[in-house]
Ligand binder design. Structure first.
Ligand code: ADP
Ligand code: MG
Length: 705
């Protein structure tokens, strides 16, 4: 799933990172340099910010017979016996004694020179986990170092760095130290936070924190280093979050500083619209409308993301926003990601706006040339005050007369470039930018939107219209198809309608299409008495619309569909949905699909059919979708299962992900960073720039608008 990415960041191509001069001079070896690059290290700053993955405690030696189990420990002893066993498999086995007991160390993979290095009589220090096997205590593949008697113990925890093949811990450690101790370290690692702020947030200095994390002083509490609660870690995480906040907010401010047409409220038109609506708005809808309305009534462009669960009623909010633009003599455009959805919006909005004599134009990639010309002319002359369509809306031939508001529905499905293109369709003469409202049915957990989407204002509809009955979800193994068939017949007999969603086949669209056709044919045979339709992504737009209209009017009882119906489709009389091979689908997709039913007042059912055996992750997903119906809660679980990178679809967009901060655990730091970011942008803009540069380095290029 892709979410509204901050435009600035996701326009970035995956720029090839190049090592800078300082690091090239530092490493002095082309091979090492290449390996560092593989770790994403191209500057000295990257190097010192390459922080330990974990720490090993080599400050103690445990007696063998009294060493704790279940954690890595250091022991020291003398090898009394070494041999290469051939059974059950080839391995090097050494017996080590320390006076308290004896332990067997095993290497399943080993070099010939280890046999001599670990010969009997050698004194060794081992680091690893002790297990009690059949032959007593043993360590498998411990870290093993031959030492002389009385060699001093390390007095600090040993950092373990993330490495790549062929790059040793020691090499990294040495390079990092060289930077930390270099004469220019004080300027390189200078403090970016003003003293007052440091004092208030009660965290250690930047340079001091790095020093601690790379070389923990002997008295450091080991656990706080490992679980990253140590103040030094907190400082680094805070800085990382702050950099993110600063760049996002800066970017927000830059866009915000542009001019936009001021679109004030127009109560008469608004009231007229409300009077003819067949329902009353929910409190949540009213609240977000007020937020949007307030933004529109400003001469800077709105940049707002409206989140609301499936069925929460975002379309009417968009319509009311459009109305405010229109009331001021400005045009609005509503763009949807699929033809089916765009068409549906067009019908709904035309119906709502017809009584108010507001002409609506329709633009799609597949319409007849003549219709298209007419629509384009109406948009250009300004007779059409609202344009609804697919991405056809932002092609070059589309020229708005006075463009005031762009609404992008299900915006996560559009590419960034498309979103940008629509926004740029401002009015060239006045160099004004249109207001922008993005809508997403994928609720975004709060910490995620506070961090990765901090360059947008948020509105959230957290309430569903009354009179919806919750959808009952059933999990049914594929083997119980017969019961499902029964159920479908029953539902159709009662005059209700059914969706049958075909399996998603990610690897091949052709295969998916084929499966859909086959399913359609099989179901036609099974239900010879029912009126059945088929809709999929490859149908010509007109055919698609035709099928959807028939379904909407009840002429089709059972609609066999691919996941094209996932977004936005609204047919309240459909009360049963069957999803085949539900185990293949992601959580948000399942939630979206399920949202197609339960739109009327009658009880609806969603049957998730699955095929055994289920993978661990599929089992978890099905359990979540079975147990939960709240989109926000499902999104939180989804985030938990997949992590922020996958959840945001960040891989495709090249957005820099957080490396150290964990949004689930570091919520308090995030809140603090948010406040400090504002303060710094207002009062210490130079420091803010310096901080952004330190953390985002070359990436700051993309943060410019
Ligand atoms: P979504 O947020 O998923 O886009 P829609 O805008 O498609 O939801 O709305 C879902 C359905 O609920 C539509 O039929 C819409 O007309 C209806 N609806 C919207 N707001 C309300 C409301 N306040 N009361 C009753 N029905 C509403
Ligand atoms: Mg919608």
């Amino acid at each position: 799933m892709l979410i509204a990415m901050p435009d600035a960041v996701d326009t970035s191509p995956n720029a090839p990172d190049l090592p800078d001069a300082a690091i090239t001079a530092l490493t002095q070896s082309k091979k090492t340099l290449e390996k560092l690059l593989r770790l994403g290290i191209c500057t000295e700053m990257d190097l010192v910010l390459h922080l330990p993955l974990r720490y090993e405690d080599e400050t103690h030696v445990f007696p063998i017979n009294n060493a704790p189990e279940g954690k890595a420990v250091q022991i020291e002893g003398v090898i009394v016996h070494t041999e290469v066993l051939l059974k059950p498999r080839r391995q090097l086995v050494c017996q080590v004694e320390d006076g308290s007991g004896s332990l067997c160390m095993r290497f399943l993979n080993f070099y010939g020179n280890q046999i001599t290095a670990y010969a009997a009589g050698k004194r060794v220090r081992l680091f690893g986990e002790i297990r009690h096997g059949f032959f007593g205590a043993e360590m498998v593949h411990p870290k093993c170092r031959v030492i002389t008697q009385n060699e001093p113990l390390s007095d600090a925890m040993t950092p373990v760095y993330p490495v790549t093949a062929g790059l040793h811990q020691q090499t990294l450690s040495r390079l990092i130290n060289r930077v930390l101790n270099s004469p220019h370290a004080p300027s390189l690692l200078s403090e970016t936070l003003p003293a007052g702020i440091i004092q208030r947030i009660r965290l250690p200095g930047f340079r001091e924190s790095l020093q601690t994390l790379h070389h923990p002083p002997p008295e450091t509490v080991a656990a706080s280093l490992q679980n990253r609660t140590h103040p030094a870690w907190q400082r680094i995480k805070f800085d990382e979050l702050l950099a993110q906040q600063l760049s996002m907010r800066l970017h927000y401010r830059q866009r915000r500083s542009r001019r936009a047409p001021r679109l004030g409220r127009h109560p008469p038109l608004h009231d007229a619209f409300m009077a003819q609506l067949p329902f009353r708005l929910t409190q949540a809808q009213n609240r977000v409308i007020a937020e949007i309305s307030h933004d529109l009534d400003s001469d800077h462009p709105m940049q707002r993301l409206l989140q609301g669960d499936v069925g929460s009623g975002k379309t009417v909010v968009a319509a009311i926003a459009a109305l405010q633009a229109i009331a001021n003599g400005y045009q609005a455009a509503i763009m949807a990601p699929t033809e089916i959805l765009a068409e549906q919006h067009f019908q709904k909005l035309s119906a709502w706006f017809a009584p108010m004599q507001i002409p609506v134009a329709w633009l799609s990639g597949s319409q007849k040339k003549k219709d298209r010309q007419t629509a384009l002319a109406a948009i250009e002359s300004g007779t059409a005050m609202l344009a609804v369509g697919t991405h056809a809306l932002f092609q070059d031939q589309v020229n708005f007369h006075r463009f005031g508001l762009a609404v992008i529905d299900e915006q996560h499905r559009f590419g960034v470039h498309q979103r940008l293109a629509l926004r740029m369709k401002g009015m060239p003469a006045s160099a004004q930018a249109p207001h922008q409202l993005m809508m997403s049915a994928t609720p975004i957990p709060r910490t995620l939107s506070m961090s990765y989407l901090a360059d947008l204002d948020m509105s959230v509809i957290d309430e569903l219209p009354q009179g919806r009955s919750p959808v009952v979800t059933k999990l049914v193994a594929d083997s119980r198809r017969d019961e499902v068939i029964e159920r479908i017949l029953h539902v159709c007999k009662q005059g209700r309608q059914v969706y049958w969603v075909c399996p998603l086949i990610e690897e091949s669209e052709t295969l998916q299409l084929q499966t859909a056709m086959e399913t359609y044919e099989t179901l036609c045979k099974t239900f010879s008495g029912l009126r059945i339709g088929l809709v999929h992504g490859r149908l010509a737009a007109q055919e698609k619309t035709g099928v959807m209209t028939q379904f909407k009017h009840g002429d089709i009882q059972l609609l066999v569909a691919t996941t094209v119906i996932e977004v936005g489709v609204d047919v309240p009389n459909a009360s049963l949905m069957v999803i085949e091979n539900a185990e293949r689908m992601g959580l948000s997709q399942l939630h979206q699909l399920r949202g197609r039913v339960g739109r009327g007042a009658d009880a609806s059912v969603c049957i998730l059919m699955y095929q055994k055996p289920l993978s661990e992750i599929a089992r978890k997903r099905l359990r979540i979708i079975f147990e939960l119906s709240d989109g926000f809660e499902i999104a939180r679980q989804d985030l938990h299962l997949r992590g922020p990178g996958e959840f945001l679809g960040a891989r495709q967009s090249g957005i820099p992900m957080l490396r150290f901060a964990d949004l689930e655990r570091d919520g308090a730091l995030l809140t603090a960073a948010q406040a400090v970011a504002d303060e710094m942008l207002n009062h210490y803009p130079d420091r803010a720039q310096q901080h952004i540069h330190r953390w985002l380095g070359q990436k700051t290029e993309y943060l410019r608008v």
